[in-house]
Design a protein around this ligand. Sequence first.
Ligand code: H2B
Length: 96
Amino acid sequence: MDLLDDSAIERKLAGLPEWRREGDEIRRTITAPDFPAAIRVVDEVAVEAERLNHHPDIDIRWRTLHLVLSTHDAGGLTELDFTLAARIDEIAASHA
Ligand SMILES: C[C@H](O)[C@H](O)[C@H]1CNC2=NC(N)=NC(=O)C2=N1
């Protein structure tokens, strides 16, 4: 996977307003209606992560999830991070 340059990253982030960049990572927070719903979000994200062979760091705090994406293998942000970010947004929206 090729690393994206700053202008490509900015362009992609413009289409993903829930995500913000921090250096070599992008992050978003999801607040689900309750704890079981938050776990269902994690479960669906896990299925997608396996499908893409790309795995977010996930911090679970009651019904709030903090997700971080980066392509460690490539040492920064790649297309894969933004593909998974868009899927995570769809999953989050379906549990809102
Ligand atoms: C060997 C395996 O393909 C790699 O370790 C994959 C697995 N999932 C991954 N997930 C993420 N987020 N970054 C990676 O670099 C990565 N690498």
